[in-house]
Ligand binder design. Structure first.
Ligand code: OXD
Ligand code: MN
Length: 617
């Protein structure tokens, strides 16, 4: 394309920001697209109809849509994700650091002419509520060659030229380039894997090559909202960007809303928690308000000294598996009729225009006709024993199949979701998926102790399968795949930010996944989880004292509101106590985990030593 045609396209799209125009022109020269088109959210209808005509998406009844991604491109690829900078001191244990000069040259070469014959979509976006106090870190421009990615971005971020035209510093936006690449020729998963998902953190530049799956290709969400923002928050000293859900709990009796944010490693129920309904017996008194299920930006307001948080996203990119009327009725509503939700890699029935995933209903759809699995293969063509086997590999929907929907569709969205300051945080919680050791909830006194708890967060999964029972895959603050700078500095930054708050939040660790000797979950979970959080708020207010333990304060049975809950007393006792032997083992594992992080602040080591010592007493 000629420079003047690109200029004309930018003008037609309403871009007046000269720095953005320069960025687009430079990359257009390198990527060589056939067309350039600036996108705003108002283009959704037209783009959906174009994508339907092109067969990139298909219709789901009730004004919703479905798409399949390439079969080797169905999840975030951690091993192909890099954080780059010009400073080798930015290398951490988990950030997969790369030298920015070297990796940029490599990715730029891979991207050369990567949009030939295609349209380059230009997406100016904002990762924050409009007028947010952290707005200066929130603007970005993503260039992408995928119309389906555009449809996701419109649901997940605020998209439109105005978000970059009115920037006080016109060049202050994150520059993102996404090139899908030839998915058949990327050698995914081999030693010659060509995929590169790079955050050049000290240049605020995102270069993603070789995928069109959401987690790799929606640059606003994870690359900007988490990796880049956490680096910016540290480099500026001003804020934290965390993979956290954020909710409000309204006590209708007092009229006060309490705000809780927290991190959970994947598949530990973050979306369900953020969207939960109170259990029936408590619904007259409490409401749970949704802010976000995946990202929170957190800072201290200098005027009132309080810790605030907001969700920078505009939508939900939720895991479909096991989403149903019991686990998450609000999620089902949010992807219901007229939501314009977009499903990815679920099972699909073109005749019925319907989608299905494992756990959507107890039984598989009775009549197999028309149903296609996530790869597009008819279920009825499978051997009979593979049609409804439930075995790994026989799933109808990909285990990481997703729904993408706008925040406005979530029925329990908070009336303060767009508050420019965010909301003041009362509690920060961490929760893993732990079979035996972690009680239902333990309150943690002290900021260093809370940060220590976050750094030692983890989930049992793969290691358990290898027979090392009880060993966690540690996932500090649930940020392991998104950490952008060294863990010791990350801990120090956490201590600084939360330390500045005049009113400190209470910390707690929760676990909804404890199992009995018979392997059954002993806590019912889902909406009942509210009971544990209400105890925490009582504890923070001094209305509950709990029982001291080496790992924090556990609720007394009498302090937990159990109205309307039928639970065996043995189970309850187990949920509210700890197994000392398992914990002693865990302390040794933690020490090894923390030792990786050279220069970890002494306050964190002290918290660790204090806990270890409490077990000796
Ligand atoms: C994730 C996501 O991969 O939020 O964590 O999609
Ligand atoms: Mn996430």
């Amino acid at each position: 394309m000629q420079a003047h045609d690109i200029e004309a396209a930018l003008n037609a799209g309403g871009v007046t920001n000269e720095a953005a125009k320069t960025f687009v022109k430079q990359w257009a020269a390198h990527l060589n697209p056939a067309h350039v088109e600036v996108v705003s959210a108002a283009d959704d209808k037209r783009l959906v109809s174009e994508a339907l005509t092109a067969g990139e998406i298909q219709e789901v009844a009730g004004g919703r849509f479905f798409s399949r991604s390439y079969s080797k491109d169905t999840a975030r690829s951690e091993e192909r994700t890099f954080v780059a900078s010009s400073n080798p001191a930015d290398k951490g244990s988990y950030n997969n650091w790369a030298d920015s000069t070297e990796i940029k040259a490599k990715v730029e070469a891979l991207m050369k002419d990567g949009m030939a014959g295609k349209t380059m979509y230009v997406l100016p976006y904002l990762m924050s509520p409009p007028d947010s106090v952290l707005k200066q870190w929130a603007a970005g421009v993503e260039l992408t060659d995928s119309r389906v990615v555009v449809l996701h971005m419109i649901r997940m971020a605020r998209v439109g030229a105005d978000y970059i035209n009115d920037l006080p510093d016109q060049s202050n936006f994150v520059r993102g380039v996404h090139v899908t690449g030839d998915l058949d020729d990327l050698q995914q998963g081999t030693p010659n894997d060509k995929r590169h998902f790079v955050t050049v953190a000290d240049e605020r530049l995102l270069l993603h090559y070789g995928s069109s799956y959401g987690g790799n290709a929606l640059l606003g969400k994870i690359a900007h909202g988490l990796r880049q923002a956490s680096y910016d928050g540290w480099a500026s000293g001003g804020f934290l960007a965390e993979q956290f859900m954020l909710i409000g709990i309204l006590d209708k009796q007092t009229g006060r809303t309490y705000y809780i944010c927290g991190g959970f490693p994947s598949a530990s129920g973050k979306t369900n928690l953020a969207m939960m309904h109170p259990p029936a017996a408590l619904a007259d008194r409490y409401e749970v308000h949704f802010f976000g299920d995946d990202i929170a930006w957190i800072y201290v307001d200098e005027t009132d000294g309080k810790l605030y948080a907001f969700n920078p996203e505009y939508g939900v990119f939720g895991v479909a598996k096991d989403t149903n009327e019991v686990s998450n009725p609000n999620a089902l509503y949010s992807i219901g009729e007229n939501s314009r939700a977009l499903f990815t890699n679920t099972a699909y029935n073109p005749g019925l225009k319907d989608v299905w995933w494992e756990g959507r209903t107890k039984e598989y759809p009775e009549d197999l006709s028309g149903w296609e699995d996530w790869r597009g293969d008819p279920i009825s063509a499978r051997p009979a024993d593979k049609q409804k086997s439930g075995d790994n590999g026989d799933e109808w929907a990909h285990p990481n199949s997703r729904f993408t929907t706008n925040l406005a569709n979530v029925p329990n969205i908070s009336p303060d979701a767009d508050a420019p300051k965010g909301v003041p945080i009362d509690a920060i919680i961490f929760g893993g998926r732990v079979r035996e050791r972690e009680p239902l909830i333990r309150a943690i006194r002290g900021v260093a102790e809370g940060v220590y708890d976050g750094l030692t967060l983890g989930a049992e999964a793969t290691f358990a399968a290898e027979g090392k029972q009880g060993l966690l895959r540690y996932d500090p603050m649930s940020m392991r795949p998104f950490l952008s700078y060294p863990e010791a500095k990350y801990a120090e930054h956490w201590l600084n930010i939360v330390g500045q708050a005049r009113e400190k939040p209470v910390f707690a660790h929760v676990n909804w996944f404890q199992r009995g000797d018979d392997g059954r979950y002993i806590w019912p979970g889902y909406s009942e989880n509210l009971r544990a959080l209400l105890w925490l708020l009582d504890f923070a207010a001094g209305k509950a004292t709990g029982e001291e333990s080496p790992v924090g304060v556990l609720p007394k049975e009498s302090e937990l509101n159990l109205e309307g809950l039928d639970i065996a007393s043995d189970d309850l006792e187990r949920l509210l106590s700890i197994d000392y032997e398992r914990w002693r083992l865990e302390m040794t594992n933690r020490e090894e985990h923390l030792r990786q992080f050279e220069g970890l602040p002494d306050a964190i080591w002290q918290a660790h030593r204090d806990m270890a010592k409490a077990f000796e007493a």
